[in-house]
Design a protein around this ligand. Structure first.
Ligand code: RUB
Length: 294
């Protein structure tokens, strides 16, 4: 939890492999490839929900199995990693440019948790001189909303922090919701910080537009084959203090949830605004047959 947000997590995983390759001192290419595979598995186990990490790590190691020397493998991994990180950062900027066009002067926005892609959109609209107000949820239990309101306030944006359970009552003051993504499935569902689906339901009820800001490397090829997205469950100590409730009380602490495609108005990607129903086509275009056969 030192590194948070699916984009940052993916860049960190890719950078770690790049650094490992740069510093590798051995001369046996097979040993090097095995160590990279071990590192890949360790990195992937750190955060199971965000497919950005899986895609980032696989993009970084793509082609390494065919390398015949440590020097070739090192060069490939370092360059793949630099390429992934560059593409990832450019995607966030592109999403900001595209998404900001959906924000009008005078809009009130609601966001959840701490998404650099969603905040990029909001800050770009503000930078363009649009007069906007933002409600940000606290996002228990880690309270990533505190990061969000600090970021928005330091950009000079009119920002209000609300507790998660205030979402439905605040929705009547909101024009548009912008959230990030940890994973988008092949059928256009969004997996994001727990509580996102409640925002979507409340937005739907109040006829408020609900936008997902997602780089295309958050699209999950595995879901095409029926795999479910693993929802990370975290320690009960994030929810209660020791002794606060009897041992007989069970604590359930899932940290992500799934929002069905029908509650999503559009997904803003670096390739443009798409409907949840177009995710499959974009996946084929982005990942190609090879990774989709997988
Ligand atoms: C963060 C979270 C964010 C997405 C998107 O959860 O759910 O909304 O990861 O973030 P956590 P970004 O704090 O548990 O990682 O747009 O920055 O990739």
């Amino acid at each position: 939890m030192t590194i948070r947000g699916a984009g940052r997590i993916a860049r960190a995983g890719s950078t770690a492999l790049g650094d490992m390759a740069r510093e590798y001192a051995g001369s046996d290419v097979d040993a090097f490839i095995s160590e990279l595979a071990l590192a890949r598995d360790t990195i992937l186990a750190s955060r199971p929900t965000a497919v950005s990490l899986w895609n980032g790590v696989h993009a970084t190691l793509r082609g390494v199995d065919g390398c015949r020397s440590v020097a070739d493998a090192r060069e490939l991994v370092v360059s793949n990693s630099e390429d992934f990180v560059r593409r990832s950062l450019t995607a966030v900027e592109e999403i900001a440019r595209i998404g900001a066009k959906r924000i009008s002067d005078g809009d009130t926005i609601l966001t959840h948790c701490n998404s650099s892609a969603a905040l990029g959109v909001i800050k770009e609209a503000h930078r363009q001189g649009k007069d906007i107000r933002v409600y940000a949820t606290e996002s228990r239990p880690w309270r990533q909303g505190i990061l969000t309101v600090n970021d928005l306030a330091s950009a000079g944006i009119d920002t209000t922090l609300i507790i998660d359970s205030a979402v439905r009552s605040v929705m009547k003051r909101v024009d548009k919701v912008f959230v990030g993504a940890d994973t988008v499935t092949s059928h256009g569902a969004l997996v994001n910080k727990v509580g996102t689906s409640q925002l979507a339901l409340a937005a739907h009820e109040a006829r408020v537009q609900f936008y997902v800001c997602s780089e295309t490397y958050k699209f999950s090829p595995m879901t095409l084959y029926g795999d479910m997205v693993t929802i990370e469950e975290r320690d009960i100590s994030e929810v209660v203090r020791p002794g606060e409730v009897p041992d007989s009380v069970k604590i359930f602490n899932p940290v992500f949830d799934s929002t069905p495609a029908r509650y999503i108005d559009a997904i803003i990607t670096e390739l443009g605004m798409i409907s949840p129903g177009s995710v499959y086509d974009v996946m084929v275009r982005q990942f190609g047959d090879e990774i989709l056969r997988g």
